[in-house]
Write a protein of this length. Structure first.
Length: 81
């Protein structure tokens, strides 16, 4: 697992200091933020960093995601190989 948030993803974490976010220790926060405000680069990093199972688990349990986003990611990962 990567030990830091890539600099290109810093704008997604506008309300926190991305240099201090531990992708392992703050996985739920990082995953839900990227699912909510994703970019192509952020999605690629997310999928390299976390397992599909972890992403789906956070998607289902996160209070940060609205129903529309949650359903989109269910469909997205259902269709993914």
């Amino acid at each position: 697992m990567e030990k830091h948030i890539p600099e290109e993803l810093y704008p997604l974490f506008w309300d926190a200091d991305p240099r201090t976010i531990d992708p392992d220790g703050h996985a739920d926060f990082v995953i839900s933020r990227i699912l909510d405000l994703t970019t192509p680069a952020a999605l690629r990093w997310l999928e390299r960093t976390y397992s599909r199972e972890k992403i789906l688990c956070v998607n289902e349990g996160s209070r940060r995601l609205d129903a529309r986003s949650r359903n989109f990611w269910r469909l997205w990962y259902a269709a993914a190989p």
